[in-house]
Design a protein around this ligand. Structure first.
Ligand code: PLP
Length: 223
């Protein structure tokens, strides 16, 4: 029961913290019907990871026009040649991971007279993942983003390595939190409002370590 699952997750988060934590319902591989259902259960932010699939569902099949109050976030790797489509679909790109992509997004948004929110995806845990910026390279990307008028930096995103070891998960999330605090002090907290970390398998630990946005697919749509 998708609506029950969604509500259980929201409840379990509110028992862990008094902070506001946004739940991104990850709708990759989910049908239009399932997306309508999760929206009626209360979801206000959806996450997608492939441009073609998201374009089909949200633009061609009209979900974006049907639910203008619902935000759609890109959470998968975005190739710079696909920024024009991305800009049509997404309110936020959580997976910003290069200067090149930032420049292309800024140019496309500039031409369209839009601005787009972004999070920098950080590869906190090292070799496990292909994508994301190394923690030591984040500052340089922040400096670059500050110069771009049509791209607004809102925070950081990360994934923990796939493991059921809570201490490894905790290490990763704590690392991202510390990085965010440090950068926030240096560049200003406006750029680091969002800490997007935690998925079905590890969102409770992420919330304990300071997440204010979690991205959940399986635990909502399967069971
Ligand atoms: C698929 C995905 C999620 C959701 O994962 P679940 O384990 O299904 O909750 C979260 N974040 C990213 C970046 C993803 O690709």
């Amino acid at each position: 029961m998708l609506n029950v699952n969604y509500k259980n997750i929201v409840n379990s988060i509110s028992q862990l913290t008094d902070r506001d934590v946004e739940v991104v319902a990850v709708t990759k591989n989910r049908s239009i019907g399932e997306i309508r259902e999760v929206i009626s259960a209360g979801a206000r932010i959806l996450g997608e990871n492939r441009i073609e699939e998201a374009f089909e569902k949200f633009i061609e099949r009209g979900l974006k026009a049907e639910f203008p109050e619902v935000q759609v976030h890109m959470i998968g790797h975005l190739q710079s040649k696909k920024v024009k489509k991305a800009m049509e679909i997404f309110d936020c790109v959580q997976s910003l991971d290069s200067k090149k992509l930032a420049g292309k997004l800024n140019a496309a948004c500039g031409e369209a007279g839009k601005t787009i929110d972004v999070l920098i995806e950080v590869n906190v845990s090292g070799e496990e993942q292909k994508y994301g910026v190394a923690p030591g390279d984040v500052e340089e990307l922040v400096e670059e983003l500050k110069l771009l008028k049509n791209v607004r930096l809102k925070g950081l995103m990360a994934m923990a390595p796939f493991t059921f070891d809570k201490e490894i998960q905790r290490e990763t999330f704590r690392g991202l939190r510390k990085l965010s605090d440090k950068l926030s002090e240096k560049f200003g907290s406006d750029y680091f409002q969002v800490l997007s970390m935690g998925m079905s398998n590890d969102y409770q630990v992420a919330v304990e370590e300071g997440a204010n946005m979690v991205r959940i697919g399986t635990a909502i749509f399967e069971d």
